[in-house]
Design a protein around this ligand. Structure first.
Ligand SMILES: Nc1ncnc2c1ncn2[C@@H]1O[C@H](COP(=O)(O)OP(=O)(O)OP(=O)(O)O)[C@@H](O)[C@H]1O
Ligand SMILES: Nc1ncnc2c1ncn2[C@@H]1O[C@H](COP(=O)(O)OP(=O)(O)OP(=O)(O)O)[C@@H](O)[C@H]1O
Ligand SMILES: [Mg+2]
Ligand SMILES: [Mg+2]
Lengths: 248, 248
């Protein structure tokens, strides 16, 4: 039974792409056939895995997605690259209802080949992210332990509830993930306490520590579990993977 | 001669809002009448200065902007609050050419009352940011010293050049600002060297250090120059202010 997880948060720079890449790589390592879909016009998930952005976006072209997914150098992990082409990016950002339904169908057409499909979203709550949510079984929300990150969460939850109402029983919460966790900062512990109090069970036990190895890895086009296997960041993403598999 | 500076970068979480708030507050302290316009649907600049998001976005309502700008508790600083109302956010994200021209006109109508107008943009290169660029004299781009931040810069510069071509002589570069600078990390120095080599003079001498006081300040609805006047973050934003005034 394939599971599609949408990794989304309109707040920028909270670790969406970093979580997409490293959770996808960890799922692959755990023996799951995994596809990472890059829905962000910045194409960070594509370059972070050593692939190249395509001349035109696979979700806009007529070709079936399964022929456009590319194998990566990492175990059981394929990627559907993004594209910088402005026309495609603009088109995807302004989808009408029928175009959005077509993209959802295309995304769902390739789930059969994989155990997990992860979708990396841009920092916005626009049509592109809503389309990705509609194509997903679960949503995983990374959040930094910072003041501004808390503000956006309530707004984001509101939009997710909207999508859940349109398609009852389809979209659930994978969880809220605390990222760039700095044990030495009071602010980090304040935000953690507030998030766990407000959202309870939905918040993953695993937190991802701030670890420079995590931010160096994409510069070498490798997930941190490959670039720095003994780092704290790597251990945390492996723990997250076990927790995600445990919740299935 | 009022100057409008657009603070933009499609990469998320690079310090756009933090720079908007703290540069605006420092300009006010330096005796300049300053307005901060919140064009981001998350309304972080609004709450970071202790104001409340409006029920409907001032740029969409018929009322003149000058009547909707609110004084803040900080010297010579006013804010044009944002709004969470999804309909307004969606409308602003999908402006057609004539609507965009109206928004540009509205933004320019209130510059007469101020020495500086700063516009905080959302993390995207969509119509909203392009409209803000069209209404501005200069663009200031914050960038983190991280791998992914470098990737987006070249794409961003391409779009800015586009806007410059449409309106020759209007939009210039205020500069590129290195934020969350961590002296102890090799990655930070690598990115700094590459950015200075690639962009030369455009890059501000001033860098903003990573400083927890900077990220605590918005939780108290105050700019860091008010919340922690002896902090490294405060000193850096004061230095940036002097450098911006020096370039005028
Ligand atoms: N655990 C971590 N430790 C240290 N750095 C991290 C960690 N997680 C992410 N980063 C760094 O923080 C920055 C932001 O992360 P990332 O780009 O994954 O966020 P994002 O939410 O995808 O951003 P955007 O909103 O632009 O899509 C990146 O430069 C990344 O390398
Ligand atoms: N110099 C700094 N030192 C420490 N933390 C910082 C610094 N500058 C910004 N931050 C923190 O980093 C986070 C991201 O900054 P900010 O929200 O200003 O970025 P942004 O580019 O406006 O994000 P978005 O793309 O979501 O609009 C915030 O939580 C902020 O408090
Ligand atoms: Mg990303
Ligand atoms: Mg912001």
């Amino acid at each position: 039974m394939p599971t599609t997880i949408c990794i989304a948060n309109q707040k920028g720079g909270v670790g969406k792409t970093t979580t997409s890449i490293n959770l996808a790589a960890a799922l692959g390592r755990a023996g799951k056939q995994t596809l990472l879909v890059d829905m962000d016009p910045q194409c960070n998930a594509t370059s972070g895995l050593g692939s190249r952005a395509l001349p035109s976006h696979p979700l806009v072209s007529e070709q079936a997605l399964r022929h456009q997914a590319k194998k990566t150098d990492f175990t059981n992990l394929s990627v559907l690259p993004g594209s910088h082409r402005f026309r495609d990016v603009d088109l995807l950002a302004n989808l009408d209802d029928s175009e959005s339904a077509r993209v959802v169908q295309q995304l769902q057409s390739c789930t059969g080949l994989f155990d997990f499909v992860l979708i990396d979203c841009p920092p916005s709550m626009g049509r592109l992210t809503q389309t990705a949510l509609s194509a997903s079984d679960e949503v995983l929300m990374p959040i930094q332990c910072e003041y501004f990150a808390m503000e956006g969460l309530k707004q984001m939850i509101g939009v997710i509830r909207d999508v859940m109402q349109h398609r009852p029983g389809k979209l659930g919460f994978a969880g809220i993930l605390l990222t760039m966790f700095d044990d030495s900062l009071e602010l980090t512990h304040e935000v953690e306490a507030e998030v766990r109090e407000f959202f309870g069970e939905i918040v993953f036990e695993t937190v991802i520590p701030r670890d420079v190895m995590v931010s160096e890895a994409p510069g070498h086009s490798r997930p941190v579990i490959d670039y720095a296997p003994r780092s704290r960041g790597c251990r945390a993403y492996m723990e997250l993977c076990m927790e995600v598999l445990g919740r299935e």
